[in-house]
Design a protein around this ligand. Sequence first.
Ligand SMILES: [Fe+2]
Ligand SMILES: [Fe+2]
Length: 275
Amino acid sequence: MKLLFLGDLVGRAGRTAAIELLPNLVEDHQLDFVVVNGENAASGFGITETILQDVLDAGADVVTTGNHVWDQRDTLVYIERQDRLLRPVNFPKGTPGRGAHLFTARNGAQVMVANVMGRVYMDALDDPFAAIDRVVDDCPLGQVADAIIVDMHAEATSEKQAMGHFLDGRVSLVVGTHTHVPTADHQILSGGTAYMSDAGMCGDYDSVLGMDKEEPVNRFQRKIPGGRFTPALGDATVCGVAVETDDRTGLATAIAPVRIGGRLEPVLPSFWLAD
Ligand SMILES: [Fe+2]
Ligand SMILES: [Fe+2]
C-alpha cells in the first residue's frame, strides 16, 4: 500500500497549501491512504468542523490531533459525529470522540489509525504505551489490519523513539507530530516498522513553529505577553512522510520524507518518482 502522512497543519497558510496539493498527490502517486494532523488548522488552535470537512474533501482519509484538539470548543460536540477525526487515545475514560479506528482505504484494504500523546513535558494523560498496546493487540497487523498508522504526538524525541521501538514489528508506521520541525531520522526499524521522529508541520517556516515570529521572540525575552500568537501567513511548506507497505505483512518496505513548497528544500520520495 502507498501511505502518506502530513504533519500538523498550522493556520490558513498550512491548511490551504495542503488542501490545494492533496488531490494531485493522491491522483499522481496513486496513494491508498492519507492521514493529516490537523490540531493547529484553525488559526493555530484546534480545528473547526468546516476545516475538517475541507481537509477530508481534499483527500485525507483521517485527521489526527493532539494537545490542541479541544481549542475550538465545538470539537467536543462535533467529534462524536465525525468518525474520521481522532483525538489522542490516552485521554481519560469518558472523553468525547475516539483515539483509534479501523478504516477502509481506497483500494479496499483495512487501515487502523491510532493517535496517542506523550507525557514528557506535556499534560499528564494516561500511559500512552499501555493505551496503544491495547489498541494494537485488538487489531493485529497482517490479520485484522492491512496497515496500521500511529501518530505519536509528543514533545520529547526520546519518548517518540521509545514508542517506535515499543511498536516495532506490530505496526506499519510510527510518526511523531507536535514539534513542527521535520527530522532526518526516517528509517525502517529492525522489526519492519517505518519510523520518523517528527513529520514536520504544514506551515510557514519563516516563523516560530508556524506562528508569526515577533510575539514568540518577545516572550522569550520579556516573559510578559505583548500580544497573541497568530499563525505566520507566508508560503507554507507541506511536510510529511510517505511509506510503502507489504500487502501481506503490513510492514514497511520503504519510507521517505515529503517536503513541497515554501522555504524548505523540496524532496519527494524516489519510489514515487519511479511510478
Ligand atoms: Fe501542533
Ligand atoms: Fe501539539
